[in-house]
Design a protein around this ligand. Structure first.
Ligand code: MGD
Ligand code: MGD
Ligand code: MO
Length: 762
C-alpha cells in the first residue's frame, strides 16, 4: 500500500483583498507588523528579549537572510521585520511532538497548506515513519543512527547516497557533514545554492577567480552608483535598505532593473530612526528600468553599446588603464557589441530609450559602481550569462578591486556562503582532497558528485536510495514537484535533520526519519558549558553565533553532534577520525577547518566580536590565478525563448510573508495583496486581451517536450508588470518547472522564466 500524500495540500481560496502597492518600505507599519507578528507567534515578551540578543556581539546570527551586520560594532543589534518573523517562527511555542504525530497521519497532514503544516510547531524528538506506515512514531537517537548506518552499509556504492544541505546550518556542522560524506565515499552533496546563487558562483569564478562577491558594507556606503538588478531587498534583505540609504545620503545614486517596481526600492523609511518613522523617508531608486523578464542581457548590452558610443566620441568613459593592465578579452567584447542593432535590443528589453540614456549618462560620469543582484538574474537558462554581462560592465568601468566598487551577489540563507566555504560542494576540489589527506589521513573521492537536479534524477531512476538532508524542505524547494516527490518516494530511506515540520517530512522514502535539532536562537549546552558556532555573511565575513534561549525540548541535539554521531555509528571504531570528540568540542572542528582551508588562522579568537573577513582576490584586484593573470571579459548570447502566441513568461517569486517554503502569513503587503497566495500578477492589457476579470480563477500550465504540467487555481490580479510577463509565488508554482530545464553551466532551475499558458476555468 502506498501512502496517499498530497503534494499541494487541499486548495481552498480565502478572502483575497487587493489594494494599491505600497509607496515605501518599512516605516511605522513595519514596526507595528513586527510587534503584531511576535505577539501572535511567540509571546511578545519572550520574543523581544530574544530579539535583543540578535546580531549582537555575543548573541546569535539572525536566521533570516545573509545580509551583513553594520561594520561599526557599537551599531550591532540591527534587525528587521522579516528577521523578527524568522525568530517568531523558530520560537513559537507549538510542538509537533509525539502526541501530535499520534493524532495526525502523514496523509492527513499533507492535505493542509504549507503554512498550516509549518505552524504545527517545532520538532521535539526523533521520529520514524516505517515502511507502509502512515503515522510517525518515536524512535531513540541510538536506534535512528543505527538504522541510518544499516542502510548506508547496504548500498552497493557510496554514490547511492545523497547528502543535501540547506543554508541555515553553521560552518561547524557543514564542515563535519562534508567530511562525513567524503569519508563515506561520495561527493553527492547537493545544496540549496544549486537552486539559488550557483549561476553567480560559476560566472564570478570564471571571470574574476572567486565565486563570491567582492564588496564590503563600507563599499556600498561609498559607491557613486549602485545598480540593483533582479532583487527585492525590501522583502528579502530589508537591512540592505539601510546601506542603500547611507549610500544616497553620501551622494550616491541607485539604478534599479526589475520587471516590477518593488516598493522597498522606491522609498525607505528607516524603522531604526525617528526620522524614518515619522518623516517621509529616503527616496532610493533614481532611475528605474522596467525590463521584461529575462531580457537583462539585451538591456546590459544596450547600456554598454551606448557607453561605447560615448567613448568613441572621444570622452573617456572606460577605464583604459585598468582594461589594459588587468583584463583580457576586451577586443572580443567590443566586436560582439558591434554586432547588435539598437532597435532589436530596445524591443527585446522593453525599456524606453530615454530611460536607458539616463542610466548611461550616470554610468559614464561615475567610477565607483557596484552591481547587486539576486534570483532575478540567476534562475534562468542563461543565468550565468546575465551575471557575466554585469561583470563586463564593471570591468569596462574599472569598477572591481577598488573602494566603493565591485560585485555584490546578495546571498539568501544566512549561512549558505559559509557552508560552501567549508566544503559543501558536489564538484571535486583537488586542493581540498589533498588537505583532507594531510589532516585526516583518508583519500576523499575523486569522482564528481551530483547537484540538486541530478540527484533528483538519480533518485527517480533508482540510482540513489538514501537521502539525508541537513535542513531545508527539498520536495517543495526543488523544481518539478511531482517528479521530485516520486524521486524521494523511490528511496529506501530519507532522513531530515530539521527544526520544524514541513512537506518534506510527509513525502518521503519507504522509511523516513526526522532528527530534531536546535535552532539558531537556542542555547547549545554540553556539560553545563554553552557552545557557539560560526557563520559567514554575504560579504565573506565570518563571525560567531551563540543561542540565547533554552531549547524547546531537552531531546534536541545540535547539528554538529547529530552529524558526528551519525558518522561514529556508521564507522563504528574503524575511522581515523575521532568523530565524537569533534561533535562535542567545536573548538576542535574550527582547528581542523583552519588546517584544511586558508584564511581561518586563529579562527575561534578572530570570529568573536564583529568577526573577520576571508581572503578575497577580487576585492584586492588580484587576478593572477586566472588565464593570462587577468580578469576575463566574456561574450554572451541573448536569452532564447521560443514563444507561441498564447505563451507567457512566468517568474516565481517570494511574498513578503514567507521565507522560501516557510509561510509566515498570507499577505504580500508591499504589493498590496492580502489574505491569499494563489494569485498571478498580470498586465491589465493582457487581461483585457483575454477577457479576464480581476480575481478570475485560472490554471497555469507549462508544456515542455510535449509534456504538460499544471498548477491549479490562481486568481488573476492586474499589476504593473510588462506585457507577456506573469508573476506568482513559489513553492506553489514549482510544479510547472520541468526537471530538465535549468541554467547552462550552473544547473539552476529556471524558476524565473518558465514558459506558461493560462487555462480559464471559471
Ligand atoms: N523574508 C525573506 N527573506 C529572504 C528569503 C525569503 O524567502 N523571505 N529568501 C532568502 C533566499 S534563500 C534568497 S536566495 C533571497 C532571494 O531574494 P530575491 O532574489 O530578492 O527574491 P525573489 O522573490 O526571488 O525576487 C527576485 C526579484 O527579481 C525580480 N526578477 C525576476 N525575474 C527577473 C528578470 O528576469 N530580470 C530582472 N532584472 N529581475 C527579475 C523579481 O521581480 C523580484 O523583484 O532572499 C533571502 N531572504
Ligand atoms: N520556484 C522557485 N523555487 C525556488 C526558488 C524560487 O525563487 N522559485 N528559490 C530557491 C532558493 S533561492 C532556495 S535557497 C531554495 C531553498 O530551499 P531549502 O533551503 O531546502 O528550503 P527552506 O524553505 O529554506 O527550508 C526550510 C526548512 O528548513 C528547516 N530549518 C530551518 N532552520 C533550520 C536550522 O537551523 N537547522 C536545520 N537543520 N533545519 C532548519 C525547517 O525544517 C524548515 O521547514 O528554494 C529554491 N526554490
Ligand atoms: Mo536562496
Amino acid at each position: 500500500m502506498k501512502r496517499q500524500v498530497s503534494i499541494t495540500g487541499d486548495i481552498q481560496f480565502a478572502d483575497l483583498k487587493v489594494s494599491e502597492p505600497a509607496a515605501y518600505a518599512a516605516g511605522a507599519t513595519a514596526i507595528k507588523k513586527t510587534l503584531e507578528h511576535l505577539n501572535k507567534e511567540a509571546g511578545l515578551f519572550k520574543s523581544l528579549s530574544t530579539l535583543s540578543a540578535m546580531n549582537q556581539k555575543d548573541g546569535f546570527d539572525c536566521p533570516g537572510c545573509a545580509w551583513p551586520d553594520p561594520e561599526d560594532p557599537s551599531k550591532l543589534g540591527e534587525y528587521c521585520e522579516n528577521g523578527a518573523k524568522a525568530i517568531a517562527e523558530e520560537t513559537a511555542p507549538e510542538r509537533a511532538d509525539k502526541v501530535f504525530f499520534e493524532q495526525y497521519s502523514v496523509e492527513e497532514i499533507s492535505r493542509w497548506t504549507d503554512m498550516v503544516i509549518g505552524k504545527s510547531g517545532r520538532l521535539t524528538e526523533p521520529m520514524i515513519l516505517k515502511p507502509e506506515a502512515t503515522y510517525y512514531e518515536p524512535i531513540t537517537w541510538n536506534d535512528a543512527f543505527g538504522l541510518i548506518a544499516e542502510h548506508l552499509h547496504q548500498l552497493s556504492s557510496p554514490d547511492e547516497a545523497i547528502f543535501y544541505t540547506s543554508g541555515r546550518s553553521s560552518n561547524e556542522a557543514a564542515f563535519l557533514y562534508g567530511l562525513f560524506a567524503r569519508a563515506f565515499g561520495t561527493n553527492n552533496m547537493p545544496d540549496c545554492s544549486n537552486m539559488c546563487h550557483e549561476s553567480s558562483g560559476v560566472a564570478l569564478s570564471e571571470t574574476l577567480g572567486i565565486g563570491k562577491g567582492s564588496v564590503t558594507l563600507d563599499d556600498l556606503h561609498e559607491a557613486e552608483v549602485v545598480m540593483v538588478i533582479g532583487q527585492n531587498p525590501g522583502t528579502n534583505h530589508p537591512r540592505m535598505l539601510s546601506a542603500l540609504e547611507k549610500c544616497k545620503n553620501n551622494g550616491g545614486s541607485i539604478i534599479t532593473i526589475n520587471p516590477l517596481e518593488e516598493a522597498g526600492l522606491v522609498r525607505f523609511k528607516n524603522p531604526q530612526k525617528i526620522k524614518g518613522v515619522i518623516g517621509s523617508g529616503t527616496k532610493l531608486t533614481d532611475i528605474f528600468l522596467q525590463v521584461k523578464i529575462n531580457e537583462d542581457v539585451a538591456l546590459l548590452k544596450l547600456i554598454m553599446m551606448r557607453l561605447l558610443t560615448i567613448e568613441r566620441s572621444g570622452a573617456q568613459v572606460f577605464d583604459k588603464e585598468f582594461i589594459q593592465n588587468k583584463t583580457s578579452g576586451y577586443q572580443e567584447l567590443i566586436l560582439d557589441l558591434d554586432k547588435y542593432q539598437e532597435e532589436e535590443l530596445l524591443e527585446r528589453c522593453g525599456v524606453a530609450s530615454n530611460e536607458i540614456d539616463k542610466a548611461v549618462s550616470l554610468l559614464a560620469s561615475k567610477k565607483r559602481i557596484i552591481i547587486c543582484w539576486a534570483m532575478g538574474l540567476t534562475q534562468h537558462k542563461n543565468g550565468v550569462a546575465n551575471i557575466k554581462e554585469c561583470v563586463n560592465l564593471l570591468l569596462l568601468k574599472g569598477s572591481i578591486g577598488k573602494k566603493g566598487s565591485g560585485t555584490c551577489p546578495v546571498r539568501g540563507h544566512s549561512n549558505v556562503q559559509g557552508d560552501r566555504s567549508v566544503g559543501i560542494m558536489h564538484h571535486v576540489s583537488k586542493p581540498l582532497n589533498k588537505a583532507i589527506k594531510k589532516v585526516f589521513g583518508f583519500e576523499a573521492p575523486e569522482k564528481e558528485g551530483l547537484d540538486t537536479v541530478h540527484c533528483i534524477k538519480a533518485m527517480y531512476e533508482g540510482k540513489a536510495k538514501v537521502f539525508v538532508a541537513l535542513g531545508g524542505n527539498f520536495v517543495s524547494a526543488a523544481s518539478d514537484t511531482n517528479y521530485t516527490a516520486k524521486a524521494l518516494q523511490n528511496c529506501d530511506l530519507t532522513v531530515s535533520i530539521a527544526t520544524k515540520l514541513n512537506r518534506g517530512h510527509l513525502i518521503t522514502g519507504k522509511t523516513a526519519l526526522i532528527l530534531p535539532t536546535l535552532g539558531r536562537t537556542e542555547k547549545d549546552t554540553v556539560q553545563g558549558k554553552q557552545r557557539s558556532v560560526t557563520v559567514e555573511n554575504s560579504m565573506g565575513k565570518v563571525h560567531q553565533s551563540k543561542g540565547a534561549r533554552d531549547p524547546i525540548s531537552n531531546a534536541l541535539r545540535s547539528e554538529p553532534s547529530i552529524v558526528a554521531q551519525m558518522a561514529e555509528v556508521y564507522f563504528k571504531c574503524e575511522s581515523s577520525i575521532d568523530w565524537l570528540a569533534l561533535g562535542e568540542d567545536y573548538e576542535l572542528i574550527r582547528k581542523k577547518i583552519s588546517e584544511v582551508y586558508q584564511g581561518y588562522e586563529d579562527y575561534s579568537k578572530r570570529s568573536k566580536g564583529s568577526g573577520f573577513y576571508l581572503p578575497n582576490n577580487a576585492r584586492v584586484g588580484d587576478f593572477s590565478k586566472l588565464p593570462n593573470g587577468k580578469a576575463q571579459f566574456s561574450v554572451n548570447a541573448l536569452a532564447e525563448h521560443k514563444l507561441n502566441e498564447n505563451d507567457f513568461i512566468l517568474m516565481t517569486i517570494r511574498s513578503h510573508d514567507q521565507f522560501n517554503t516557510t509561510i509566515y502569513d498570507m499577505n504580500d503587503r508591499y504589493r498590496g495583496i492580502y489574505g491569499e497566495r494563489r494569485i498571478v500578477f498580470m498586465n491589465p492589457i493582457d487581461m483585457e486581451k483575454r477577457g479576464l476579470k480581476t480575481q478570475q480563477i485560472i490554471d497555469l500550465t507549462s508544456t515542455y517536450k510535449g509534456e504538460k504540467r499544471k498548477a491549479e487555481k490562481f486568481k488573476v490580479v492586474p499589476y504593473a508588470i510588462p506585457k507577456g510577463n506573469l508573476a506568482a509565488y513559489f513553492p506553489e508554482t514549482n510544479i510547472l518547472v520541468p526537471i530538465d530545464e535549468f541554467a547552462k553551466k550552473s544547473n539552476t532551475p529556471i524558476s524565473k522564466s518558465i514558459i506558461v499558458q493560462i487555462e480559464i476555468i471559471e
